[in-house]
Design a protein around this ligand. Structure first.
Ligand code: GLP
Length: 262
């Protein structure tokens, strides 16, 4: 796991955007795993800016999003489909037919989830998966005690996640769906490269547990310790509880320049 601590969320976004650019330059047909929440917003703005300037090309890319709420009407502004269209897909040169999200209103949820994993496989697997992290250490909507080998499936959200996400629903936790379809931890771990972004002090405990704690289903993000190509890019407050903080900076400062966006 490569731990990169930067001054601000804006710097992290620029750094992550360079990873996307490099990926798409090398493989224009790359399969990108995408995330929602407030964490990726600056990265998405940066990708939009780069696309407008002709610095990055999404025309041949395929995307799969991590998760979607269950039961929101189609076009609901709180659906993750709406979020992705508004913040990224409608603003870049991607073919919308190649942007995939789990469907929160599928008739047969189990069948839909199996199909979603199959579609990812058929597309050749995810080249670069973006993740945020929940304050309880969840990735996607894989809440604590999720199986570390789980595949795409329906999950019940914890009260903490519901209250954390209530800000998107006018602050009313009763409006937040209680269930979501999420790629499993096993599905996420199949990605060839993973970039996790984390900002703010309320992520510090989860980040410490994920990076330095034991691997445990109680902290779903800790499974990433078993992945061979993960970069965790965070700001200072999110890094504030890391025990080996100085070591991570020491490693990064000694990294050859050519490796920095790898
Ligand atoms: C939600 C999403 C996650 C996201 C997490 C953190 O639960 N399903 O993918 O990482 O929230 O959200 P935020 O980035 O808003 O802090």
């Amino acid at each position: 796991m490569e731990v990169i601590i930067v001054k601000s969320a804006a710097e992290a976004a620029r750094k992550a955007a360079r990873i996307y650019k490099r990926m798409l330059d090398e493989k224009p047909t790359a399969v990108l795993g995408l995330a929602t929440g407030s964490t990726p917003l600056k990265l998405y703005s940066e990708l939009v800016r780069m696309c407008e300037n002709g610095e990055i090309d999404f025309s041949k890319a395929t995307t799969f999003n991590l998760d979607e709420y269950v039961g929101l009407p189609e076009g609901d502004p709180n659906s993750y489909r709406y979020f992705m269209d508004a913040n990224l897909f409608d603003k870049i040169n991607i073919d919308k037919k190649r942007t995939h999200m789990p469907c929160g209103n599928a008739d047969d949820v189990n069948e839909h989830c199996a199909e979603y994993d199959a579609k990812i496989r058929l597309a050749g697997g995810i080249d670069l998966q973006l993740l945020g992290i929940g304050a309880d250490g969840h990735i996607g909507f894989n809440e604590p005690t999720s199986s570390l080998t789980s595949r795409t499936r329906i999950k019940t959200l914890t009260k903490q996640t519901i209250s954390d996400n209530a800000r998107f629903f006018g602050g009313d936790p009763d409006k937040v769906p209680t269930h979501a379809i999420t790629m499993g931890i096993g599905s996420i771990m199949d990605a060839r490269m993973i970039v996790l972004l984390a900002f703010g002090e309320n992520k510090a405990e989860a980040i410490k547990a994920a990076i330095e704690g034991p691997i445990s289903a109680m902290v779903p993000a800790s499974a990433l310790q078993m992945h061979k190509n993960v970069k965790v890019i965070m700001d200072e407050p999110a890094a504030s509880q890391l025990r080996l903080r100085e070591y991570y900076d020491w490693v990064y400062e000694r990294k050859p320049e050519w490796q920095k966006d790898a």
